[in-house]
Design a protein around this ligand. Structure first.
Ligand SMILES: Nc1nc2c(ncn2[C@@H]2O[C@H](COP(=O)(O)OP(=O)(O)OP(=O)(O)O)[C@@H](O)[C@H]2O)c(=O)[nH]1
Ligand SMILES: [Mg+2]
Length: 294
């Protein structure tokens, strides 16, 4: 499936991110903890230059805990600080400010020596669509100042939000890039909801998701839908799931589209399990035996 979504407003946002860089002390690069590589925009390194940066691994309530740690060490090896958070329950959110102060300590000292004290930290939040940037801002500010929504493309323009505790945040619309390096990246972004559903062929997407999950462990599908994976193809499995869930059309035939949507929706909500879909190169899945894979 050829997935691509790079409308004009994303190009404009990219330009405005570049321009706004001079206004901020550091950048929060929000990634989806289920797909920490695929949800990193490869253009970001180039755009940010040497601006201090913190990777925020959001939606950690939906990913595997030991895989989160694997990713965190990987980023550390690359010399980038990261924080594991969940903006719904506020896990890890309080660490963000402390780590931010550490990352820009030198600058704060420099300002102090010039007599400028208590200047708020200014940070820009960037990331792919629907990764939870606006929710994260609301979680930090304990208010609902930024509009959020369960679909990509909710934030339409840059918006400053002031946070108690001396922080000012610039919310930005989610952006992707013109061409994904390989099919897996587009799929991972689609599985996790970063791509507009209207652009996707949900049936193919569900087949690919079932394939991917089974590659990690067949126990996810087996447990959630109480079926035996055996040697069945993903197409057969989706039919079995449709039967179990009563997704049938007239004549008793399985409603493949409805079943596909159901599986995607259940994965996105974490109902199939807390499942990280990719790991850094040469690493093994944090969960090694089936019983660990919840
Ligand atoms: N489970 C879970 N859901 C989250 C988390 N953070 C955000 N969400 C949900 O993800 C969806 C998207 O959140 P937004 O904050 O609108 O995402 P965004 O990155 O601002 O999206 P755009 O503005 O469209 O780029 C919403 O349904 C949120 O409730 C999280 O940590 N865990
Ligand atoms: Mg938003």
């Amino acid at each position: 499936m050829n997935i691509n979504w790079y409308p004009g407003h994303m190009k404009k946002t990219k330009e405005s991110i570049r321009k706004s860089l001079t206004l901020v002390d550091l950048v929060y690069e929000v990634v989806d903890a289920r797909v920490p590589r695929s949800s990193r925009n490869p253009e970001v390194d180039n755009i940010l230059g040497d601006k201090p940066r913190l990777i925020i691994m959001n939606k950690s309530d939906l990913s595997n805990e030991s895989d989160n740690k694997i990713w965190q060490s990987y980023f550390e090896e690359m010399g980038i600080s990261s924080i594991i958070v969940d903006s719904i329950t506020n896990r890890g959110i309080d660490n963000i400010i402390n780590v931010s102060y550490k990352l820009i300590e030198e600058k704060i000292q420099r300002l102090k020596s010039k007599g400028i004290k208590n200047r708020p930290i200014r940070a820009m939040i960037i990331g792919v669509p629907n990764v939870g940037k606006s929710t994260l801002i609301n979680s930090l500010s304990k208010r609902k100042g930024a509009k959020v929504g369960n679909r990509p493309g909710v934030t339409k323009a840059n918006q400053w939000i002031k946070i108690k505790g001396n922080l000012e945040l610039l919310d930005t619309p989610g952006i992707l890039w013109p061409k994904f390096e390989d099919e897996d990246i587009g799929l991972n972004l689609a599985f996790t909801g970063a791509i507009k559903d209207e652009l996707l062929d949900v049936e193919t997407l569900a087949i690919k998701l079932v394939e991917k999950l089974n590659k990690i462990s067949t126990s996810f599908i087996e447990r959630r839908y109480n079926i035996d994976v055996g040697n069945k193809s993903s197409y057969e499995l989706i039919n079995d799931i449709g039967k179990k869930r009563g997704c049938v059309i007239k004549g008793g035939e399985i409603d493949f589209t409805k079943t596909s949507n159901l599986i995607l929706d259940e994965y996105r909500k974490g109902l199939i399990g807390k499942i990280t879909l990719e790991l850094p190169n040469d690493k093994e899945w944090g969960y090694k035996i089936d019983s660990d894979r919840e």
